[in-house]
Design a binder for this molecule. Structure first.
Ligand SMILES: [Zn+2]
Length: 370
């Protein structure tokens, strides 16, 4: 684990180092790339890390860094930046820093904290979204060096710094480094977000009744949104024979479904009527119900759900006609907002002969009503 040197910690003032081309211990600064210049000698270059990490994996050292470690590392980077910029001439104030997404964002914030001036209590670092406008590019870690090289080739005049340098720093070579922000979201997964939502609505996620809730919610999402992992084309495997020249309407009425509106993630449910006129290809009757489910078990708006069902039938069965009519009740209208409980929304999508021939459409409507 990295510890800044004692003198730097004890003294308020940043250590004055004579300008030198030798890497200072604990300095994780890559100078702007200057071809042929002395500074380029500090650039590790691609060759120095090709054979990196070939050490036995079984002996891999694990550095689990806490927030205090991060702030110490950032303090060290800040002091080194000051020294190196001063050796170049002037120290820009504020120092404009571009964080490499996403780990660089935490590193930049830590550097900002480290830069707070003893004089006026203000940070001397400003974070920018525009790499072209920065003085320094910051990342949390130089791992393979790929990200650093990409940035150095793109922005040749910028400095590149990192909290941890796995290429040049012996302590981190071949080691496993874990930052505190990685454990925040890493292992707990979506359950952690459910806990946050519980807190947001005013609940205490640690009370006994709610302890298992995040797990249950995530589990139920797997079922409610199973449609994302299913293919409508797989479901519509057709029988080429068996139709025996049947070219009248095939209608599956009153298929119940539950879906979730994509605007509020609240339930809407109702009945779907799915019909088609085959042109040599028919599907098993249960397939229409399954097709409705594939699209319903996603975040939806009723209009799109209707169109997706009808169009999939029409295109994949190469049918003469296809239709989907849905009537549904939206809980986002019933239990919140305008509170119109009981009102139903009807949508329809007609393709082929249902659209073109009024008598086919009238026959379909009569069958649905009848
Ligand atoms: Zn809604």
């Amino acid at each position: 684990m990295f510890l800044p040197n004692k003198t730097a910690e004890a003294g308020r003032k940043p250590p004055r180092r004579p300008p030198t081309n030798r890497p200072a211990p604990g300095a994780f600064i890559y100078f702007p790339f200057v071809a042929g210049g002395v500074k380029a000698s500090r650039d590790p270059g691609p060759a120095s890390f090709i054979d990196r990490g070939t050490g036995a994996m079984g002996q891999q050292v694990k550095h689990v860094l806490g927030w205090m470690d991060v702030y110490k590392l950032a303090g060290s980077v800040w002091r080194d930046l000051q020294c190196n910029f001063r050796s170049e001439g002037a120290f820009p104030c504020p120092l404009v820093v571009y964080p490499v997404p996403r780990g660089g964002i935490h590193a930049a914030q830590a550097l900002m904290a480290a830069s707070v001036s003893a004089k006026n209590g203000l940070p001397q670092v400003r974070i920018t979204n525009t790499p072209e406008l920065c003085h320094v590019i910051i990342d949390d870690i130089v791992d393979s060096g790929k990200t650093m090289l990409e940035h150095k080739h793109k922005y040749r005049n910028m400095w590149f710094v990192a909290l941890v340098d796995k290429i040049n720093d012996e302590r981190y070579k071949g080691a496993w480094v874990e930052f505190p922000w990685e454990t925040l979201v890493g292992e707990t997964g979506p359950q952690d977000n459910i806990r946050r939502i519980l807190e947001y609505i005013g609940e205490d996620p640690s009370r006994p009744g709610l302890l298992e809730t995040p797990d249950r919610v995530v589990k139920s999402y797997e079922e409610l949104f199973a449609g994302y992992r299913q293919s409508p084309i797989e479901i519509l495997k057709t029988f080429e024979d068996g139709a025996a020249g049947y070219d009248e309407i095939i209608l599956q009425k009153n298929i119940p479904f539950t879906s979730f509106c994509e605007h509020h993630m609240l339930q809407f449910e109702g009945l779907a009527h799915v019909a088609y006129i085959p042109d040599g290809r028919i599907v098993g009757l249960s397939k229409m119900g399954r097709l409705v489910d594939v699209f319903a078990k996603r975040l939806q708006v009723q209009e799109r759900l209707t169109t997706q069902i009808a169009e999939t039938m029409y295109l994949h069965l190469k049918a003469k006609a296809a239709a989907c009519i849905i009537e549904a009740e939206h809980s986002c209208m019933g239990c919140r907002g305008v509170r119109k409980k009981g009102s139903r929304t009807v949508t329809s999508c007609l393709r082929g002969a249902f659209l073109e021939r009024p008598e086919a459409r009238m026959e379909l409507m009569a069958l649905i009503r009848g």
